[in-house]
Design a protein around this ligand. Structure first.
Ligand code: NAP
Ligand code: GCO
Length: 256
């Protein structure tokens, strides 16, 4: 009984920003649970290499290159997927960037680029997915990717923090509008995870010490440690969960 709850066989999942990092971990985890996965990235060559890695493991994997901030490109991508009979049942809005600078030094363009990529894109891509899920009448799953900064802030990452706080409430707004169509929208809030986004932090001895001292697990997280939550929120096991954010942070936000 319980294993079937987490089985994604017959489902098609689109993961944005998934040629590497956490997105690739989510895609591989969903593929291992039976889903047909569609990887996305801006860089075609990187994308195809990642698709090949999953296919080499025997998984059903496809790639579609588009910029998640470009609504014409997003609509065109969904149309292309439909022509291939790849109908998105599960969407993980994972694509994101980081830009670290004190606000008093930040240019408006730099602010806007982070907001567009980390927040507005979730609206653009989810709107395209939800319209089609509603029309098909079979429900769906949407998973937004938040952060510890959906709940708390640190200096020099204001646009990222504003975007991730917005992701938390956009998740509630999506639940409010789409739950009646059997679409469950939730979010994952990863802690500090060992990916390219954080290379500069990982290599900074003081920051590395702060991360290890600031959470009860006393270590950085690994991308593969996010997979279980992604599979759970993509599966029938979460059919009555909506508008929630699950922090996968080693306990960071749970302690003083
Ligand atoms: P990453 O290693 O920097 O990977 C980000 C991915 O997003 C890359 O594949 C990148 O494409 C893609 N991307 C960026 N802009 C895009 C756009 N406009 N259109 C399509 N794809 C785009 O980051 P990560 O650590 O895996 O983070 C993934 C997500 O988790 C982000 O939303 C991040 O905010 C969130 N998160 C990360 C952590 C962490 O500790 N790592 C913690 C909390 C939340 P390219 O490969 O072409 O650059
Ligand atoms: C930073 C990091 C964080 C992590 C993550 C924590 O500069 O503080 O990039 O933002 O990536 O979001 O949950």
């Amino acid at each position: 009984m319980s294993a079937a709850l987490f089985d994604l066989t017959g489902k098609t999942a689109l993961v944005t920003g998934s040629a590497r990092g956490l997105g690739f971990a989510y895609a591989e985890g969903l593929a291992a649970s039976g889903a047909c996965v569609i990887l996305n990235d801006i860089r075609e060559e990187l994308l195809q290499g990642s698709v090949a890695k999953l296919r080499d493991k025997g998984y059903q994997a496809h790639g579609v290159a588009f910029d998640v901030t470009n609504e014409e490109a997003v609509e065109s991508a969904f149309a292309s997927l439909e022509q291939q009979d790849l109908l998105v049942d599960i969407l993980i809005n994972n694509a994101g960037i980081q830009y670290r600078k004190p606000m008093v030094e930040l240019e408006l363009e730099q602010w806007q680029r982070v907001i567009d990529t980390n927040l507005t894109s979730a609206f653009i891509v989810s709107r395209a997915a939800a319209k089609r899920m509603i029309a098909r009448g079979k429900g769906g799953k949407i998973i937004n990717i938040g952060s510890l900064t959906s709940q708390a802030a640190r200096p020099t990452v204001a646009p990222y923090t504003a975007a991730k706080g917005g992701i938390k409430m956009l998740t509630c707004a999506m639940a409010a509008e789409w739950a009646e169509f059997n679409i469950q929208t939730n979010a994952i809030g990863p802690g500090y995870i060992l990916t390219d986004m954080n290379t500069a932090l990982i290599e900074n001895e003081a920051f590395d010490s702060w991360v290890k001292a600031s959470n009860p697990s006393q270590r950085w997280g690994k991308p593969e440690e996010l997979i279980g939550t992604a599979v759970f929120l993509s599966s029938a096991a979460s059919d009555y969960i909506n508008g929630q954010i699950i922090y996968v942070d080693g306990g960071w936000l749970a302690v003083l």
